[in-house]
Design a protein around this ligand. Structure first.
Ligand code: ADP
Ligand code: MG
Length: 316
Protein backbone atom coordinates (compact mmCIF):
# COMPACT_ATOMS: atom_id res chain seq x y z
CA UNK A 1 0.00 0.00 0.00
CA UNK A 2 1.38 3.41 -0.86
CA UNK A 3 1.35 6.19 1.69
CA UNK A 4 -0.74 9.33 1.26
CA UNK A 5 1.21 12.24 -0.23
CA UNK A 6 3.43 14.27 2.11
CA UNK A 7 2.03 17.47 0.61
CA UNK A 8 -1.12 18.04 -1.45
CA UNK A 9 -1.75 21.31 -3.25
CA UNK A 10 -5.13 21.71 -4.91
CA UNK A 11 -6.01 24.50 -7.33
CA UNK A 12 -4.13 27.14 -5.37
CA UNK A 13 -4.49 30.69 -6.62
CA UNK A 14 -2.53 33.66 -5.33
CA UNK A 15 -3.10 37.24 -6.31
CA UNK A 16 -0.86 39.68 -4.44
CA UNK A 17 -2.47 42.91 -3.34
CA UNK A 18 -2.10 45.70 -5.90
CA UNK A 19 -0.75 49.14 -5.14
CA UNK A 20 -3.25 52.01 -5.32
CA UNK A 21 -6.04 51.18 -7.75
CA UNK A 22 -3.89 48.70 -9.68
CA UNK A 23 -4.71 45.02 -9.92
CA UNK A 24 -2.13 42.92 -8.05
CA UNK A 25 0.13 40.29 -9.54
CA UNK A 26 -1.52 36.92 -10.24
CA UNK A 27 1.41 34.81 -9.02
CA UNK A 28 -0.34 31.40 -8.98
CA UNK A 29 -3.08 30.58 -11.47
CA UNK A 30 -4.59 27.45 -9.93
CA UNK A 31 -1.69 25.14 -9.15
CA UNK A 32 -2.23 21.49 -8.15
CA UNK A 33 0.33 18.83 -7.35
CA UNK A 34 1.22 16.16 -4.79
CA UNK A 35 4.59 15.56 -3.22
CA UNK A 36 4.96 11.81 -2.61
CA UNK A 37 6.35 10.74 0.75
CA UNK A 38 9.98 9.73 1.07
CA UNK A 39 11.68 11.29 -1.93
CA UNK A 40 13.47 14.45 -2.97
CA UNK A 41 11.05 16.57 -4.94
CA UNK A 42 12.27 19.46 -7.08
CA UNK A 43 10.12 22.47 -7.88
CA UNK A 44 11.74 24.13 -10.88
CA UNK A 45 11.04 27.33 -12.68
CA UNK A 46 12.60 30.56 -13.86
CA UNK A 47 12.76 33.59 -11.57
CA UNK A 48 9.32 34.99 -10.88
CA UNK A 49 7.56 31.71 -11.74
CA UNK A 50 5.86 31.43 -8.34
CA UNK A 51 8.07 28.94 -6.49
CA UNK A 52 8.61 31.01 -3.35
CA UNK A 53 4.94 31.94 -3.31
CA UNK A 54 4.05 28.24 -3.02
CA UNK A 55 6.67 27.65 -0.31
CA UNK A 56 5.57 30.74 1.62
CA UNK A 57 1.92 29.64 1.49
CA UNK A 58 2.96 26.27 2.99
CA UNK A 59 5.02 28.13 5.60
CA UNK A 60 2.04 30.29 6.54
CA UNK A 61 3.88 33.46 5.51
CA UNK A 62 1.64 34.21 2.51
CA UNK A 63 -2.16 33.84 2.49
CA UNK A 64 -3.48 32.11 -0.62
CA UNK A 65 -6.38 33.66 -2.49
CA UNK A 66 -8.17 30.33 -3.00
CA UNK A 67 -7.58 26.59 -3.17
CA UNK A 68 -6.53 24.13 -0.48
CA UNK A 69 -3.31 22.57 0.75
CA UNK A 70 -2.54 19.70 3.11
CA UNK A 71 0.76 18.99 4.81
CA UNK A 72 1.11 15.42 6.12
CA UNK A 73 -2.66 15.17 5.75
CA UNK A 74 -3.34 18.32 7.79
CA UNK A 75 -5.19 21.18 6.13
CA UNK A 76 -3.07 24.33 6.37
CA UNK A 77 -6.11 26.46 7.28
CA UNK A 78 -8.18 24.09 9.41
CA UNK A 79 -5.32 22.28 11.17
CA UNK A 80 -2.64 24.95 11.11
CA UNK A 81 -0.73 23.77 14.23
CA UNK A 82 -0.42 20.17 13.10
CA UNK A 83 0.43 21.21 9.56
CA UNK A 84 3.18 23.50 10.86
CA UNK A 85 4.65 20.80 13.06
CA UNK A 86 4.99 18.46 10.09
CA UNK A 87 7.18 20.78 8.06
CA UNK A 88 10.54 22.54 8.39
CA UNK A 89 11.20 25.42 6.05
CA UNK A 90 14.50 26.95 4.98
CA UNK A 91 13.59 30.32 3.45
CA UNK A 92 15.25 31.85 0.43
CA UNK A 93 16.38 34.92 2.37
CA UNK A 94 18.82 34.50 5.24
CA UNK A 95 17.58 36.33 8.31
CA UNK A 96 19.13 35.97 11.76
CA UNK A 97 19.39 37.94 14.90
CA UNK A 98 23.13 38.73 14.72
CA UNK A 99 23.62 38.55 18.47
CA UNK A 100 22.60 34.95 18.99
CA UNK A 101 25.03 32.06 18.73
CA UNK A 102 24.15 29.01 16.59
CA UNK A 103 23.45 27.06 19.77
CA UNK A 104 21.09 29.78 21.03
CA UNK A 105 19.35 30.01 17.65
CA UNK A 106 18.49 26.30 17.89
CA UNK A 107 17.54 26.45 21.57
CA UNK A 108 15.24 29.43 20.96
CA UNK A 109 13.58 27.62 18.10
CA UNK A 110 13.11 24.53 20.31
CA UNK A 111 11.54 26.76 22.94
CA UNK A 112 9.24 28.21 20.30
CA UNK A 113 8.01 24.69 19.51
CA UNK A 114 7.68 23.86 23.21
CA UNK A 115 10.23 21.05 23.07
CA UNK A 116 11.31 19.95 26.57
CA UNK A 117 14.99 20.58 27.40
CA UNK A 118 15.64 16.84 27.73
CA UNK A 119 14.33 16.20 24.20
CA UNK A 120 16.27 18.93 22.43
CA UNK A 121 18.87 18.01 19.82
CA UNK A 122 20.79 21.24 19.38
CA UNK A 123 24.26 19.69 19.73
CA UNK A 124 23.47 16.82 17.37
CA UNK A 125 21.97 19.18 14.80
CA UNK A 126 25.02 21.46 14.90
CA UNK A 127 27.20 18.43 14.36
CA UNK A 128 25.05 17.23 11.45
CA UNK A 129 25.48 20.54 9.62
CA UNK A 130 29.22 20.71 10.46
CA UNK A 131 28.88 23.65 12.80
CA UNK A 132 29.78 22.02 16.11
CA UNK A 133 32.90 24.19 16.33
CA UNK A 134 30.80 27.34 15.83
CA UNK A 135 28.43 26.49 18.66
CA UNK A 136 29.15 29.69 20.59
CA UNK A 137 30.14 32.10 17.80
CA UNK A 138 27.93 35.12 17.14
CA UNK A 139 25.70 34.50 14.11
CA UNK A 140 26.97 37.72 12.55
CA UNK A 141 30.50 36.28 12.38
CA UNK A 142 29.36 33.24 10.36
CA UNK A 143 29.97 33.05 6.62
CA UNK A 144 27.02 32.92 4.25
CA UNK A 145 27.48 29.16 3.84
CA UNK A 146 27.52 28.60 7.60
CA UNK A 147 24.33 30.63 7.98
CA UNK A 148 22.63 28.53 5.34
CA UNK A 149 23.62 25.34 7.17
CA UNK A 150 22.43 26.82 10.45
CA UNK A 151 19.06 27.58 8.81
CA UNK A 152 18.77 23.90 7.82
CA UNK A 153 19.49 22.84 11.39
CA UNK A 154 16.92 25.38 12.61
CA UNK A 155 14.29 23.97 10.25
CA UNK A 156 14.92 20.47 11.65
CA UNK A 157 14.70 21.41 15.36
CA UNK A 158 11.19 19.96 15.78
CA UNK A 159 12.08 16.82 13.76
CA UNK A 160 9.51 17.39 11.01
CA UNK A 161 8.96 14.56 8.50
CA UNK A 162 9.15 17.10 5.65
CA UNK A 163 11.95 19.58 4.94
CA UNK A 164 11.44 22.34 2.37
CA UNK A 165 14.36 24.37 1.04
CA UNK A 166 13.76 27.44 -1.09
CA UNK A 167 16.73 27.93 -3.47
CA UNK A 168 19.21 26.35 -1.05
CA UNK A 169 22.16 26.74 -3.39
CA UNK A 170 21.44 30.07 -5.10
CA UNK A 171 24.68 32.02 -5.21
CA UNK A 172 26.75 29.50 -3.22
CA UNK A 173 30.12 28.19 -4.37
CA UNK A 174 30.68 24.70 -5.74
CA UNK A 175 32.12 23.34 -2.52
CA UNK A 176 29.22 24.47 -0.36
CA UNK A 177 26.79 23.24 -2.98
CA UNK A 178 28.27 19.73 -2.68
CA UNK A 179 28.07 19.90 1.09
CA UNK A 180 24.43 21.01 0.98
CA UNK A 181 23.59 18.22 -1.47
CA UNK A 182 25.19 15.66 0.85
CA UNK A 183 23.27 17.09 3.77
CA UNK A 184 19.98 16.89 1.90
CA UNK A 185 20.73 13.33 0.77
CA UNK A 186 21.63 12.29 4.30
CA UNK A 187 18.40 13.72 5.73
CA UNK A 188 16.44 12.00 2.98
CA UNK A 189 18.22 8.69 3.70
CA UNK A 190 17.16 9.16 7.32
CA UNK A 191 13.53 9.25 6.15
CA UNK A 192 12.84 12.96 5.66
CA UNK A 193 10.78 13.90 2.59
CA UNK A 194 12.60 16.79 0.93
CA UNK A 195 11.17 19.51 -1.30
CA UNK A 196 13.53 22.01 -2.87
CA UNK A 197 13.13 24.81 -5.33
CA UNK A 198 15.91 25.61 -7.71
CA UNK A 199 16.62 27.18 -11.03
CA UNK A 200 19.77 25.06 -11.44
CA UNK A 201 18.64 22.18 -13.59
CA UNK A 202 21.78 20.18 -13.05
CA UNK A 203 21.01 20.24 -9.35
CA UNK A 204 17.52 18.90 -9.89
CA UNK A 205 18.75 16.22 -12.25
CA UNK A 206 21.35 14.97 -9.78
CA UNK A 207 19.39 15.28 -6.57
CA UNK A 208 15.66 14.96 -7.20
CA UNK A 209 13.77 11.77 -7.99
CA UNK A 210 10.78 13.77 -9.15
CA UNK A 211 10.48 17.26 -10.61
CA UNK A 212 7.65 19.67 -11.28
CA UNK A 213 8.11 22.68 -13.54
CA UNK A 214 6.27 25.92 -12.92
CA UNK A 215 6.21 28.91 -15.25
CA UNK A 216 4.15 32.11 -15.00
CA UNK A 217 2.19 30.70 -12.06
CA UNK A 218 1.18 27.52 -13.87
CA UNK A 219 2.40 23.97 -13.40
CA UNK A 220 3.51 22.74 -16.82
CA UNK A 221 5.02 19.35 -15.98
CA UNK A 222 5.33 16.95 -13.04
CA UNK A 223 7.12 13.63 -13.51
CA UNK A 224 9.86 11.34 -12.22
CA UNK A 225 13.17 12.99 -13.19
CA UNK A 226 14.10 10.08 -15.43
CA UNK A 227 10.87 10.37 -17.44
CA UNK A 228 11.22 14.13 -17.63
CA UNK A 229 14.69 13.82 -19.12
CA UNK A 230 13.37 11.18 -21.52
CA UNK A 231 10.86 13.72 -22.83
CA UNK A 232 13.67 15.26 -24.80
CA UNK A 233 13.04 13.93 -28.29
CA UNK A 234 16.31 15.00 -29.81
CA UNK A 235 19.64 13.24 -29.55
CA UNK A 236 23.02 13.97 -31.05
CA UNK A 237 25.55 11.67 -32.70
CA UNK A 238 29.01 13.19 -33.05
CA UNK A 239 31.39 11.47 -35.45
CA UNK A 240 34.94 12.00 -36.60
CA UNK A 241 35.37 11.14 -40.25
CA UNK A 242 38.43 10.00 -42.22
CA UNK A 243 38.81 12.97 -44.53
CA UNK A 244 38.18 16.72 -44.52
CA UNK A 245 34.64 17.89 -45.25
CA UNK A 246 33.70 21.01 -47.14
CA UNK A 247 30.07 21.06 -45.97
CA UNK A 248 28.00 19.12 -43.45
CA UNK A 249 26.31 16.01 -44.91
CA UNK A 250 22.59 16.73 -44.91
CA UNK A 251 19.68 14.29 -45.06
CA UNK A 252 15.90 14.70 -44.82
CA UNK A 253 15.74 12.42 -41.79
CA UNK A 254 18.17 14.59 -39.78
CA UNK A 255 16.98 17.55 -37.72
CA UNK A 256 20.31 19.34 -38.14
CA UNK A 257 23.95 18.69 -39.13
CA UNK A 258 26.91 20.77 -38.08
CA UNK A 259 30.62 20.69 -38.85
CA UNK A 260 32.88 20.73 -35.84
CA UNK A 261 36.38 21.45 -37.06
CA UNK A 262 37.41 19.84 -40.36
CA UNK A 263 36.62 16.23 -39.58
CA UNK A 264 33.89 16.42 -36.99
CA UNK A 265 30.17 16.16 -37.74
CA UNK A 266 27.35 16.49 -35.25
CA UNK A 267 24.02 15.11 -36.34
CA UNK A 268 20.93 16.04 -34.35
CA UNK A 269 18.10 13.57 -34.89
CA UNK A 270 14.71 12.80 -33.45
CA UNK A 271 14.88 9.59 -31.45
CA UNK A 272 11.28 8.74 -32.37
CA UNK A 273 12.17 8.43 -36.03
CA UNK A 274 15.80 7.27 -36.12
CA UNK A 275 18.35 5.30 -34.14
CA UNK A 276 22.03 6.17 -33.75
CA UNK A 277 22.80 3.13 -35.90
CA UNK A 278 20.62 4.44 -38.72
CA UNK A 279 22.34 7.84 -38.52
CA UNK A 280 25.71 6.12 -38.95
CA UNK A 281 24.39 4.01 -41.82
CA UNK A 282 23.18 7.14 -43.64
CA UNK A 283 26.57 8.81 -43.17
CA UNK A 284 28.35 5.73 -44.50
CA UNK A 285 26.00 5.54 -47.50
CA UNK A 286 27.11 9.08 -48.27
CA UNK A 287 30.66 7.76 -48.50
CA UNK A 288 31.95 9.04 -45.17
CA UNK A 289 34.42 6.89 -43.30
CA UNK A 290 33.46 7.06 -39.66
CA UNK A 291 36.51 6.79 -37.39
CA UNK A 292 35.04 7.69 -34.04
CA UNK A 293 31.53 8.04 -32.57
CA UNK A 294 30.02 9.54 -29.43
CA UNK A 295 26.38 10.21 -28.61
CA UNK A 296 24.92 12.88 -26.39
CA UNK A 297 21.61 12.50 -24.59
CA UNK A 298 19.55 15.59 -24.09
CA UNK A 299 19.34 16.60 -20.42
CA UNK A 300 16.82 18.23 -18.14
CA UNK A 301 17.98 21.63 -19.34
CA UNK A 302 16.87 20.83 -22.91
CA UNK A 303 13.45 19.69 -21.73
CA UNK A 304 13.06 22.68 -19.46
CA UNK A 305 13.92 25.12 -22.23
CA UNK A 306 11.53 23.49 -24.67
CA UNK A 307 8.65 23.34 -22.13
CA UNK A 308 9.05 26.89 -20.84
CA UNK A 309 9.52 28.40 -24.29
CA UNK A 310 6.28 26.72 -25.38
CA UNK A 311 4.36 28.55 -22.62
CA UNK A 312 6.28 31.75 -23.48
CA UNK A 313 4.73 31.51 -26.97
CA UNK A 314 1.27 30.81 -25.58
CA UNK A 315 1.59 33.83 -23.27
CA UNK A 316 2.86 36.11 -26.02
P1 ADP B 1 10.03 32.61 -7.73
O1 ADP B 1 10.27 32.22 -6.32
O2 ADP B 1 9.66 31.48 -8.62
O3 ADP B 1 11.16 33.42 -8.30
P2 ADP B 1 7.95 34.31 -6.58
O4 ADP B 1 6.96 33.36 -5.99
O5 ADP B 1 8.90 34.97 -5.65
O6 ADP B 1 8.74 33.59 -7.76
O7 ADP B 1 7.18 35.45 -7.38
C1 ADP B 1 6.12 35.17 -8.28
C2 ADP B 1 5.56 36.49 -8.81
O8 ADP B 1 4.88 37.16 -7.76
C3 ADP B 1 6.62 37.43 -9.33
O9 ADP B 1 6.08 38.11 -10.43
C4 ADP B 1 6.83 38.38 -8.18
O10 ADP B 1 7.26 39.63 -8.64
C5 ADP B 1 5.46 38.45 -7.55
N1 ADP B 1 5.54 38.69 -6.08
C6 ADP B 1 6.23 37.94 -5.19
N2 ADP B 1 6.06 38.42 -3.94
C7 ADP B 1 5.24 39.50 -4.06
C8 ADP B 1 4.68 40.44 -3.12
N3 ADP B 1 4.94 40.35 -1.83
N4 ADP B 1 3.88 41.41 -3.61
C9 ADP B 1 3.61 41.51 -4.93
N5 ADP B 1 4.10 40.66 -5.86
C10 ADP B 1 4.90 39.67 -5.45
MG1 MG C 1 11.95 32.41 -5.13
Amino acid sequence: MSNPPAIQINDVVKRYAGIGGEEGKLALKGVSFDVPEGGIFGLLGPNGAGKSTIINILAGLVTKTSGTAQIWGFDIDEQRRNAKRAIGIVPQEIVFDPFFTPYEVLENQAGFYGIAKSLRRSEALLKAVHLADKRDAYARTLSGGMKRRLLIAKAMVHSPPILVLDEPTAGVDVELRRLLWELVQQLNADGVTVVLTTHYLEEAEQLCDRVAIINHGELIANKPTREMVDMAREKIVAVTVGSDLASPPSHDAFVKTELVGERGVEVTYNKDSLTAGQVLAILQEKGLIVEDVTTREADLEDVFVSLTSRTEQENA
